[in-house]
Design a protein around this ligand. Sequence first.
Ligand code: NAP
Length: 676
Amino acid sequence: MSIQKISSFAAGEWIAPGAGARDIASAITGDVIASAGNSALDVQAMLDHAREVGGPALRAMTFHDRARMLKALGQHLNANKQALYDISFDTGATQSDHMIDIDGGIGTMFVFAAKGRREMPDDHVFLDGELEQLGRTGTFMGQHICTPLHGVAVHINAFNFPVWGMLEKLAPTLLAGVPAIVKPATNSCYVTELAVRLILESGLLPEGALQFVAGGLGDMLDRLGMQDVVSFTGSADTALMLRSNRTILENSVRFVAEQDSLNASILGPDAVPGTPEFDLFVKEVSREMTAKAGQKCTAIRRIIAPESQVEAVIEALSARLAKTVIGDPRLEGTRMGALVSIQQKQDVLAKAALIGSEAERVFGDPENFEVVGADAAKGAFLPPMLFHCADPDTAQRVHDTEAFGPVSTVMGYRDLDHAIEIAKRGQGSLVASVITHDPSVARAVAIGAGAYHGRIYINDRTSMKESTGHGSPLPHLVHGGPGRAGGGEEMGGVRGVKHYMQRTAIQGSPDMLSAIGKQWVPGAAEIEGPAHPFTRKFGELAIGETLHSASRVVTLEDIEHFATFTGDTFYAHMDDAAAKRNPFFPGRVAHGYLLLSFAAGLFVEPNEGPVLANTGLDNLRFMKPVSAGDSIKVRLTVKHKTPRNEEYGEVRWHVTLTNQDDEKVAEYELLTMNAF
Ligand code: NAP
């Protein structure tokens, strides 16, 4: 059998393994299938290439350009994913494990692509949060902005998700506009290498945006500077060693850590046998124990059940786990494949022995189990192993030993407070779940244990059909956790992109802030357009282009007509004495919605034109009541423009209604879709 040489991609060239290369064995047969690593890799040239070639090319693109690139990359990987499936079996993963790793990774890319287009501007500056008015009259303001770091992101990944692990970091990094050097764990780097080759062959990335290290990083971390980021996933021990690097500390290099985790799942006191929640709990726990042969950072390690239900849980779980067919992951009937390597298997057995010093093994015998279609003595196979810890209060190992395999411990709780205390003994984890149909249980766990967990997953009969699973980090939500879990955060939509950008507080006049953010700020100069803005196409409209309408008197007849026409005969519009008793009104006043309708009548250009649709209002505030006899007028200003597709884009208009004394009556943002 030929041994595959896993190359690194450095400064535009594929570099074959060389001095210091390591053999990689198949998880199924134990045969050496690949070798990777080259201690002569020129890591400085890689850093220079990323900083000098990749970074500038990415920063020349807008957030939308990069989001489109991610979408195309996702499509390209999707079209070629069979090749990734084929090669992944040797890591011990089954087809359903591939779905988590490969399809999950591609899906993550699509979500970031969509969020980049929807939630970020077609520009180089991201506005973070709202304007802050710092002076009394509004001539001096503050705004946080984010711009891409000028360095490189070094991604160090764990072995268990060779594709997802890379893509969940790469998508936000590229969207931010920062080049990446990806270093997967050596054991499964042949899968990542293929994914990198597919990405590079697509020709979609600018030169220098992605480089790849198979094997060790050499002294790359000693060469990092203040514009670089290390994003690490792996064990707490490795994270501690890497984040203590002197250069990283000296240069305040950002270090995002996703570490190991003793995740818990709590069976609610209400979820007794016979309820849909009890069955759901057993299903979720057994799935988490066996998916990826338990090699998931989010897997359930501690099963926390009411003391009265411990026996029933062990019985039901054991019955379900007994159905797990273990064997060659290529075989269709296999439910659980192998661990990634023999060393990993030995490590899990050693950790299981530690857990066994405080807990009794109630299911799964590593010395005696069936393996289908493969040689149990050669491959890294293990059965699911369930332990029962009778005294979780005095035990320690069951709360701090991560056996990174199909190993989990059941422990009983006396009451919900006790369950929460046990969950917290994990010293910070990525996720805790609670399976309950009782909202008060869900709230108690969220408040009691939230500070110790990055994510709390609640499931019951209502959500079970659509729920995504205890163990699945989602690109929309943060993934990470406090303490032992690393104290880091990844993904979480645009939040995850900000890890690769610098947040800067900008202070200045409205004109300065408008120019920097390409968003009109109240108080900034208004531009008089050559024609009514509704007659101007998306591309023609300038930020700040403003229409001042004529004014209109609001009469008592208008108010009464609107009230009877719509049925909104609320007393403040109909009954002068009652309105006067209200602290907000001087007497009968016009409906807010009447004012909005009059505003539309004042600023509209009725003929068919580039405005295709009114798609909504944001941030509507009624500031001063309007009485019969008052007059109103409107200022309509182009605040921001976001292209949506080839045909049209969204225009965000800043709208202010004022009365005869120039006092603000209402303010809002109007959204329209305008043709190009
Ligand atoms: P690991 O042994 O800590 O290795 C993690 C990564 O660090 C690998 O790429 C490894 O490369 C690299 N590394 C080790 N020493 C290094 C050094 N001196 N300089 C640079 N890089 C170095 O972890 P693992 O065994 O791959 O993964 C299992 C662990 O990861 C478990 O504890 C699991 O809980 C955790 N994990 C956490 C998450 C999460 O999101 N929180 C996700 C998945 C896994 P080599 O392979 O070349 O040594």
